[in-house]
Design a protein around this ligand. Structure first.
Ligand code: ZN
Length: 440
């Protein structure tokens, strides 16, 4: 099956950062060609994209789909209270069905807003239901069950080390590589204070053996650093490195409170940092030193985190904020638009271990594409720099079509793979149920 997206302005994000006027041809799940000038072969299906802009699907490397139903239920709290009073009780209240609809709601918002791939951390139980939702709705996802085995972990979510690892390995065997490779597995220890050293070491070994990814949080608040120092005697980034949670297979969300030595270590190990600007601002966590990390050679990507600390899952919002929040600190030339667009595409691909497959529009790569209509007043004039228009001007509502793995999942702004009305109804119902069950 061939699909020709004809006559668009194509922002390729290839090595030369070419912007081409022409056609993108998709065959099966992959990009067959990018044809400047366009209009040659007319076989297969043709989408007229004249006047539209095609970008690589945006990638968010830190998302909690299981929290989408908690949107608006945990506002204006610092991280520790946000977790203990709201998020952990609500996660513990989840059922198979509520996890399924939470994932559907989040994935619908993500796809409609131009995010085609995510690194997702689910809760402790019912992760199979989240995978079933991801399989049905058609987003590309690397997801994993949250692991919490430390004595201080909340009672409703705590598991023994053995039980946590056994279920994770079973789910990995079932879902890693499912849906023709669109779904992948990550081992997802929540963060150092809720995990034992033996669990973290085992995660490192299991990840390497399965060719999977590690997804965790690090250095989000000064209190977290203090706890880790008390418990391990080490700085958090060096402790993680010591237990094998580092390197290109690992993605650490936040890294707000890292010093120069930590940054050098992250760069040396090529550990992925996932910057979550909205979440860091809303929880009052701070501003991650992203320009310093990039200058040191760190791998950086972006993510919206979960709905209760954002409250949107909007990649355009994260791009714009990532650029803006550095400027009062370092000057208006800090983190320019072109660099931010790299974080949301190529950086995300690296965090998912998929840099050879996604993140740019090039022949042979997987066809994860977003077609934007940039004719609204907020993105005019059209001859302004295209990257500036994408990072500083564009919104999720400018998304017209979305293709994942060669399949059209959003057409003319409408989700094709699920009924949004049904998702809304079930999400409202299950959010109410969870509030009652959790008593929040
Ligand atoms: Zn998070």
């Amino acid at each position: 099956m061939k699909l020709r997206l004809a006559g668009a302005q194509v922002v390729t994000m290839d090595a030369k950062r070419r912007v081409v006027k022409g056609d993108v041809v998709v065959e099966g799940s992959r990009i067959r060609s990018v044809e400047g000038g366009g209009g040659r072969g007319r076989t297969g299906k043709v989408f007229d994209c004249s006047g539209l802009v095609i970008i690589p699907g945006l990638i968010q490397a830190h998302i909690h789909l299981c929290q989408t139903l908690f949107r608006g239920l945990a506002d204006d709290l610092p991280l520790e209270q946000w977790l203990a009073k709201r998020i952990w009780p609500l996660e513990a209240a989840h059922t198979e069905e509520s996890v399924y609809w939470s994932a559907m709601l989040g994935a619908a918002e993500l796809l409609l807003g131009g995010t085609t791939a995510i690194l997702d951390m689910e809760t402790v139980r019912h992760t199979g239901a989240a995978f079933a939702a991801l399989e049905a709705i058609g987003i590309r996802a690397t997801a994993g069950k949250c692991l919490m085995d430390a004595p201080s972990a909340p009672a409703g979510l705590k598991e023994t080390t053995e039980a946590a690892l056994q279920e994770a390995a079973d789910l990995c065997a079932k879902w890693h590589g499912a849906a023709q490779g669109r779904l992948r597995w990550c081992y997802a220890p929540r963060f150092v204070p809720s995990c034992t050293g033996p669990l973290l070491r085992a995660v490192s070994d299991l990840t390497a053996r399965a060719g999977a990814t590690i997804h965790t949080h690090a250095a989000e608040t000064p209190l977290e650093l203090q706890i880790v120092k008390q418990e391990t005697g080490q700085d958090e980034i060096s402790y993680l490195d010591a237990v094998g949670i580092s390197g290109p297979r690992a993605a650490l969300a936040h890294c707000v409170w890292v010093d120069e030595e930590g940054i050098r270590r992250l760069a040396r190990q090529q550990t992925n940092v996932v910057h979550c600007p909205s979440s860091n601002l809303k929880l009052g966590s701070g501003i991650a030193p992203v320009p310093e990390m990039l200058a040191a050679g760190c791998r950086v990507s972006l993510g919206a985190d979960g709905a209760p600390c954002n409250n949107r899952l909007d990649a355009f919002e994260e791009m714009r904020l990532a650029a803006l929040i550095q400027k009062p600190r370092l000057g208006s030339d800090a983190l320019p638009a072109a660099q931010v667009l790299e974080l949301a595409t190529l950086g995300g691909a690296r965090a998912l271990g998929l840099e050879a497959e996604i993140g740019s529009i090039e022949p042979g790569k997987l066809a994860d594409l977003v077609v934007l209509d940039l004719t609204g007043p907020h993105v005019v004039p059209e001859d302004a720099d295209i990257v500036s228009r994408l990072v500083y001007g564009a919104r999720a509502s400018d998304v017209r079509h979305v293709i994942v793995d060669g399949r059209v999942v959003v057409r003319d702004g409408k989700l094709k793979t699920a009924k949004v009305e049904e998702i809304r109804r079930e999400a409202n119902k299950w959010a109410g149920t969870l509030r009652t069950r959790a008593g929040v």
